[in-house]
Write a protein that binds this ligand. Structure first.
Ligand code: ATP
Ligand code: MG
Length: 409
């Protein structure tokens, strides 16, 4: 048997990028031979194994044939007579379809190295269209390598467009889609992921609620960029620049969905967009089965981001409601993430990227003030049950009044 490094490890070495995980392909071997060498099978009917020591993935060279819709609809053929070239042609992009032996000799039948040098993301063969996940993968690689100057080849974009129009994207499972979305959002330029999806028409299929924001104007005084879609991309860009976690990035992407529902007569104003957007945020959350923390933060940021911006003007009672809604006493981290999302929203505006955001520290101070209320003295006074709850709230309100007047001198 011959063993080759394939995929990302080859690509990233040639690009001079750090190599995180290594995928291997094995030519000329049978499942029995792999098992005899101590490799552990990954799945029952999938010719992929884990190395007994390194845990890295070794796949038998295979060909694929499409048979029906979705990812389940593939017939694999793995046998010792499948060649390296036959295995490489089923891969998504030319830059991902190179292999390397242990002497670093490159096998590159589909000119991946040429495309690496030209900074082009290009599909290997028309079979690209057989797995709609590749649309998301290409958009993700575009985001990852935007910094290096990579763009999607026009003919690949055209295939992605056809795939988006065909309805095949709908056959993707939430789990597969979310994995790509989450990885793409964590890249340095996640806004490129959304922009590429939009360009090929996939955004309209996957997240029509986000797609609908493009072309919707906002008041120029607060939003020099005017367009709500452009603003959303900038907020995401800021979130990445500021190294925010996935929860915050997800919330940034969805925070203004309500603006897509405003009747044109009301443009550029968006009255109550926070509230109107909630059902859309819920729909997107559920469509991709986003993790609970992402779902929660997106809904809270959608509902309260304008509260964040107006923090310094909020009445103590409104501040208290905000803090209670976040359960800031038991969930301080979630409130920090809310503050971060609001700050990214404020900075994700043309020419205002460097502005200061005093609301952030003000909100932190308010949380500290409310949290400093001690429960013990109230217990000692004999408060119990719902009365105790009311008494605590009353003390927190007092603390916030003191905080607000102390901050405004
Ligand atoms: P990363 O650095 O993100 O791991 P990668 O290119 O190694 O990038 P993997 O998901 O680890 O990505 O996949 C390894 C290789 O398998 C890819 O380089 C590609 O050749 C192939 N591959 C993975 N998923 C697909 C797919 N859906 N369609 C076609 N080829 C794929
Ligand atoms: Mg990999």
């Amino acid at each position: 048997m011959q063993i080759y490094k394939v995929g990302g490890a080859v690509r990233d070495r040639l690009l001079g990028q750090p190599v995180t995980d290594i995928d291997w392909v094995v030519v000329g071997a049978t499942t029995e031979e792999m098992l005899a060498k101590g490799f552990r099978p990954v799945g029952a009917d999938f010719p992929v194994f884990l190395h007994p020591k390194s845990g890295e993935e070794y796949a038998l060279a295979r060909t694929e044939r499409k048979n029906g819709r979705g990812y389940g609809g593939f017939i694999f053929h793995a046998s010792p007579d499948v060649t390296l070239e036959e295995d490489l042609i089923r891969r998504d992009l030319t830059i991902n379809a190179m292999a390397e032996d242990d002497q670093q000799n490159l096998t590159d039948p589909y000119h991946g190295q040429r495309d690496l040098e030209a900074r082009v993301l290009r599909h290997v063969s028309p079979a690209f269209a057989e797995d709609p996940l590749r649309v998301l993968r290409v958009a993700r690689f575009a985001a990852r390598y935007a910094e290096l100057g990579f763009t999607v080849a026009p003919e690949t974009l055209e295939l992605m467009r056809q795939l988006s129009e065909s309805g095949e994207l709908k056959a993707l499972t939430p789990e597969r889609s979310w994995k790509e979305i989450a990885r793409a959002l964590m890249e340095d330029q996640p806004q490129v992921f959304i922009a590429v999806l939009r360009e090929c028409g996939a955004l309209k299929v996957l997240m029509p609620e986000v797609d609908a924001l493009f072309g919707v104007p906002q008041p120029e005084a607060h939003h020099p960029e005017i367009d709500t879609g452009v603003h959303t991309l900038s907020v995401l860009e800021q979130a990445a620049l500021h190294k925010q976690p996935l929860t915050v990035r997800w919330a940034c992407l969805l925070h203004d969905l309500g603006k897509g529902l405003t009747p044109e007569e009301e443009w550029p104003r968006h009255i109550a967009h926070e509230h109107k957007g909630l059902k859309l945020i819920k729909a997107v959350n559920e469509r991709f089965k986003a993790p609970k923390d992402c779902q929660e933060l997106a809904l809270l940021v959608g509902k309260y981001h304008t509260h964040g911006h107006r923090a310094l003007e909020l009445k103590p009672s409104t501040l208290l409601e905000l803090l209670q809604s976040f359960d800031v006493y038991r969930r301080p981290q979630r409130f920090e993430e809310f503050i971060a999302a609001c700050e990214m929203d404020a900075r994700g505006r043309k020419g205002l990227e460097q502005r200061s955001y005093p609301q952030a520290d003000y909100l932190r101070g308010a949380a500290t003030a409310a949290r400093s209320v001690a429960v013990q003295p109230l217990l000692e006074k004999g408060f119990k049950g719902p009365e105790l709850g009311e008494a605590i709230k009353g003390e927190r309100l007092k603390a916030l009044k003191v905080y607000k007047s102390a901050s405004s001198v």
